[in-house]
Design a binder for this molecule. Structure first.
Ligand code: CO8
Length: 259
């Protein structure tokens, strides 16, 4: 893995993995190779029964400044189809465990889209977000017009997509793009603390909850409620549900096994 860096277990925590984007000279521009490595790594972590939460981060200067412009400048539509890079991006959806984006610095274009493809974003207070594709004669291609609009609403998303201008972390928080803003210097520690909390929850319920929340973007309210109810019922077939409720009644901490 040349373009990403995996720390697992992260801080000696066997349920948490940290994946860092690692192309510092080009501000972590998302080349096809990087995206392939990232998806392979996520799929491996998803298969590892010990791993419960994945953190994705970049560097202090940039989470990622977008897709690799040098790789795209001369591309034809057919090159892009043959390259199958969008298929790789689509595969991010297959990951069943929570992925937290820990964003410092620039999250631009594909970088903002990658952060939005994660389950939620925690931002350092110096982070900057934008969909600047319009400035280079194109438009977002990995969810910038769709996920951003769902996250912050049409008016603000339209302004961002049509101007290409950046917003700061505080604005991103106020607009609902990020879940939490923390001092940049402590971003990873703070994200680790959130990951630890999730890693202590019943793993099967966490996965079913993630799946149900994500369905809300794709279903009518009625279908989404039905889907949620079925996942709710499904948790009652897990030993961890019995453990969680018994532990509550017995006034002790639950011990979840992931089954
Ligand atoms: N691709 C390739 N190289 C990049 C990228 C990028 N996206 N961003 C920065 N770099 C390179 C620069 O070329 C520069 O290289 P060099 O040192 O060799 O000249 C190096 O990184 C450092 O960058 P700067 O010197 O520009 O640093 P500054 O601090 O002056 O500026 C910025 C930082 C503001 C982040 C600036 O680099 C910038 O505007 N970058 C481009 C941002 C952008 O337009 N992103 C959108 C790209 S298009 C996209 O993401 C579409 C996604 C569609 C989905 C993809 C599916 C495959």
């Amino acid at each position: 893995m040349e373009n990403i860096f995996l720390e697992y277990p992260y801080k000696n925590h066997h349920h948490i993995a940290l994946v860092s984007l690692n192309r510092p000279k080009v501000l972590n521009a998302l080349s096809t190779d990087l995206m392939n490595e990232l998806v392979d790594c996520f799929l491996d972590l998803d298969k590892n029964p010990e791993v419960r939460v994945i953190i994705l981060t970049g560097s202090d200067r940039a989470f990622a400044a977008g897709a690799d412009i040098a790789q795209m400048v001369a591309a034809t539509p057919i090159d892009q189809i043959n390259d199958q890079r969008f298929r790789t991006w689509e595969m991010l959806k297959l990951i069943t465990k929570p992925i937290i984006a820990a964003v410092n610095g620039f999250a631009l274009g594909g970088g903002c889209e990658l952060a939005m493809s994660c389950d939620f974003i925690i931002a350092g207070d110096e982070a900057k977000f934008s969909q600047p594709e319009i400035k280079i004669g194109t438009i977002p291609g990995a969810g910038g017009t769709q996920r951003l609009t769902r996250a912050i609403g049409k008016s603000k998303a339209m302004m961002m997509v049509l101007t290409g201008e950046m917003i700061d972390a505080k604005t991103a928080y106020e607009w609902g793009l990020v879940a939490k803003v923390v001092p940049s210097a402590t971003l990873l520690q703070e994200t680790f603390e959130v990951a630890k909390i999730i890693s202590e929850r019943a793993p099967v319920a966490v996965r079913l909850a993630k799946e149900a929340v994500n369905k809300s973007f794709e279903m009518t309210l009625k279908d989404g409620m039905d889907f949620e109810r079925r996942n709710f019922y499904l948790t009652f077939s897990s030993l961890d549900q019995k453990e969680g409720m018994n532990a509550f009644l017995e006034k002790r901490n639950p011990k979840y096994q992931g089954n």
